[in-house]
Design a protein around this ligand. Structure first.
Ligand SMILES: Cc1ncc(COP(=O)(O)O)c(C=O)c1O
Length: 401
């Protein structure tokens, strides 16, 4: 049996696997057991943001593993505190709660929001989130994910959750009242097709939060830690939320998540209210220290923005040549969506044959999430292959006409 056949046999069948047996990965490349190398343009869905097996991260992992790999949250640990300190000193937060994943960061935020609401009265428990949002697959995360396709098989979900149309101020105003304890929002909807919130919506959100006294919870699990060229994507709007959820890249490729908490609500969750056996694992936090340090460098953030401008400009040029295929280009920093309507899966499959790994989200969108330190040569390589593929598709369309 091949590895892929064994996977089918032994692993629960909830994932669509890419038919590749991987030997090792380095930087922006994945090497298969036949010696082929594939350019990785989605970094494990924005996890390996400094590329695969980045030496600085590997060194931190080894160094910490030699001291200890786990202590339990009965003990304090330097890498855990160092990482929290960096997050506090560089964001709105005054406190951090560490988790192991995005969904767990969301769960912690939901609990904090509900307890905050209940401190006013037993009715203030409603949570609002956007239609087309994605906040994870645990029952709490699923409940506030505004997409029926993920939810319907698992109902009943968490009570007292309602959904507003993304960026629709009128609809949002109609949904808000005194019973709302929190509004959850992605700055750029990732699974929802790379759609960014408008600054008008953010202004209204802040205004209504003050008037109705609800918490603003920003989900930066995909957009956070440099992905958009800012440390947090909400920095662009000068938005100071009450909580921000993080995960994915924060552990430098190891499983780690975090909930950033504003001072005004830092005493809502107290001893015994919440916890996690693995949350804030010292090895993951040591790896995270390296990653966060790098992303905080001003030059590095500027480089991300330069690369982003270059890629988006080049894709626009390609769009001018193939307006029948590329319908829209969206996103910010190195989180870029190319809406190619029905061509998405064909493009992904052709790319795979050319040893380029692409990710499709929301059915029609090629989602680019390359390593933040991808080289200019590899960017050009991607652009050339991508254009070749569109040429090939167009040629076929013309042939079959
Ligand atoms: C915005 C957002 N929130 C939450 C999650 C869930 O994170 P995890 O898969 O680590 O539980 C994701 C995962 O893709 C995400 O993109």
């Amino acid at each position: 049996m091949s590895l892929l056949e064994k996977d089918q046999r032994y692993i629960l069948n909830v994932y669509n696997r890419i038919p590749l047996e991987i030997d090792y990965c380095k930087g922006s490349y994945i090497y298969d057991t036949n010696g082929n190398k594939y350019l990785d343009m989605f970094s494990g869905i924005s996890v390996t943001n400094l590329g695969h097996s980045q030496q600085g991260i590997v060194d931190k992992i080894i160094e910490q593993s030699k001291k200890y790999t786990h202590l339990s949250n009965y003990f304090v640990s330097p890498p855990v505190i160092n990482l929290a300190k960096m997050l506090v000193e560089n964001t709105f937060a005054s406190k951090v709660f560490f988790t192991n994943s995005g969904a767990e960061s969301i769960e912690a935020a939901i609990k904090c929001a509900r307890k905050f609401g209940k401190s006013y009265n037993n009715n203030k428990t409603k949570i609002l989130s956007a239609i087309n949002s994605f906040h994870g697959r645990t029952m709490g995360g699923l409940s506030i994910t505004g997409q029926h396709k993920y939810q319907d098989a698992f109902s009943p979900l968490l009570p007292n959750v309602d959904y507003f149309k993304f960026n629709d101020i009128e609809d949002f105003e109609n949904k808000v009242d005194n019973t709302v304890c929190a509004v959850f929002l992605e700055i750029i909807q990732g699974e929802g097709g790379i759609r960014e919130v408008s600054s008008n919506f953010i202004s209204k959100l802040q205004e209504l939060s003050k008037r109705y006294n609800f918490l603003i919870v920003v989900d930066e699990i995909q957009t956070g830690i440099g992905r958009t060229g800012d440390f947090l994507a909400s920095d662009k709007f000068g938005l100071k939320p009450h909580m921000t959820t993080l995960a994915k890249s924060i552990g430098g490729g190891l499983p780690l998540g975090a909930l950033l908490i504003d001072q005004s609500i830092e005493n809502v969750l107290t001893t015994g209210d919440h916890g996690s056996t693995f949350g804030g694992n010292p090895v993951c936090c040591a790896a995270g220290e390296y990653l966060v340090n790098k992303v905080l460098e001003e030059d590095f953030k500027a480089e991300i923005k330069e690369k982003s401008d270059y890629i988006i400009n080049e894709i626009k040029k390609i769009q001018n040549k193939f307006p029948n295929i590329i319908k829209d280009i969206r996103g910010r920093g190195l989180m870029i969506g190319i809406d190619v309507s029905d061509f998405s899966h064909q493009i992904k499959d052709l790319a795979f044959k050319k040893q380029l790994l692409l990710n499709v989200t929301n059915n029609t969108v090629i989602r680019l999430l390359p390593p933040l330190n991808i080289s200019n040569t590899d960017i050009d390589k991607f652009l050339n292959i991508f254009e070749d593929i569109l040429l090939q598709i167009n040629g076929k369309a013309i042939d079959s006409y």
